[in-house]
Write a protein that binds this ligand. Structure first.
Ligand SMILES: Nc1nc2c(ncn2[C@@H]2O[C@H](COP(=O)(O)OP(=O)(O)OP(=O)(O)O)[C@@H](O)[C@H]2O)c(=O)[nH]1
Length: 307
């Protein structure tokens, strides 16, 4: 994506209780962006959650929920916290501007607005937002395999742990390690090793692809799968599928004592999350079971009922 593209084709949500203001802004932005609108703060929050706009242009003074309250509500919700907000308002005092910025707005446009200025400011904020998104993506993704990294996994684990505690649903994790991977590198070279990691991770991703599931690279050749709202039985189905998918890759591994193909070992653990248990206990349990899978012959999974 070029620098110019970064500033175009955004999804912009216009929030104003006066339809004529929406119309002017819509007219100004529709050629460059996909424009949504809401006539109240309440509706704006609903659309923000459902449509995930890239940017919100928000009127400060509205009946019912005003712009400051909408901004605070957006900042309080993890799902929409990062959507930038530009205040658009007839208020002209520096205190109004300060209040908007303190509420979390990234910019402030005064009414009556100049269409060219609005367009330019929207382009700027869209570019900043997209750069921030790309940066976030980089910090949460493993560069070699494209799957989540350990940091991203830890974040998801904490969030899902809380969610499963609240909803009283179980959680499972599968710790996965490629068998005799050191020998693989030694036999085929580091580049082939990298390719193997990419192929095995892609195969595993196909096995746990439901929205809350997460595959992450946990260490060098160690991966972990987070399965929220899944118990031991469900996790075992995923583990079996992984054995099959990795076998189906048919990647030669002449330096393995287990098979002439690349294989994996897994530890599968599940638990009913609660505030009394630390999420790390589940990971430790999966790790111990992975160790047992290695000890008892590799190319298999070991599972325990619950932590
Ligand atoms: N090619 C490649 N190799 C990696 C990468 N990260 C870690 N490794 C290698 O993975 C190997 C891990 O080896 P060990 O932990 O000794 O285990 P193993 O050989 O897989 O043996 P078992 O786990 O007991 O089956 C080491 O040789 C690391 O250098 C990577 O990004 N690319």
């Amino acid at each position: 994506m070029s620098w110019t593209d970064l500033a175009m084709n955004g999804r912009i949500l216009l929030v104003d209780d006066a339809m004529e203001n929406i119309q002017i802004l819509h007219h100004a932005l529709r050629d460059e962006h996909d424009v949504l609108f809401a006539l109240s703060g309440e509706k704006a929050l609903q659309i923000a959650h459902n449509q995930m706009p890239d940017l919100i242009l928000l009127d400060a003074v509205m009946p019912g929920m005003d712009g400051y309250e909408v901004c605070a509500a957006l900042r309080g919700s993890a799902a929409v916290r990062d959507i930038p907000v530009i205040f658009v308002t007839a208020l002209t005092h520096p205190e109004d501007e300060t209040r908007a910025l303190e509420a979390g707005a990234v910019d402030f446009i005064s009414k009556p607005f100049n269409v060219a200025v609005v367009r330019a400011r929207v382009r700027t904020q869209l570019t900043v937002k997209r750069q921030a998104d790309a940066m976030r993506e980089l910090t949460l993704t493993d560069a070699l395999t494209g799957v989540a990294n350990r940091r991203s996994f830890n974040e998801a684990m904490d969030n899902e742990w809380r969610r499963c505690t609240r909803s009283e649903t179980p959680m499972a994790v599968i710790m996965i390690d490629i068998d005799h991977f050191k020998n693989y590198n030694d036999a085929y070279g580091h580049q082939a090793g990298d390719l193997c990691l990419q192929q095995v991770s892609a195969a595993m991703k196909r096995c746990a692809g439901r929205p809350p599931d997460m595959l992450a690279r946990y260490g060098g050749e160690e991966f972990i799968i987070l399965l929220p709202q899944v118990g031991g039985d469900g996790a075992e189905v995923v583990a079996k599928r992984i054995l099959e998918e990795v076998a189906a890759l048919r990647l030669p591994h002449a330096a393995s004592s287990v098979s002439d193909r690349v294989t994996v070992s897994m530890g599968v653990a599940s638990v009913q999350p609660s505030e009394d248990i630390d999420p790390s206990a589940l990971i430790r349990a999966a790790d111990a079971l992975l160790y047992r899978a290695k000890e008892t012959g590799r190319d298999r999974y070991c599972i325990s009922a619950a932590v």
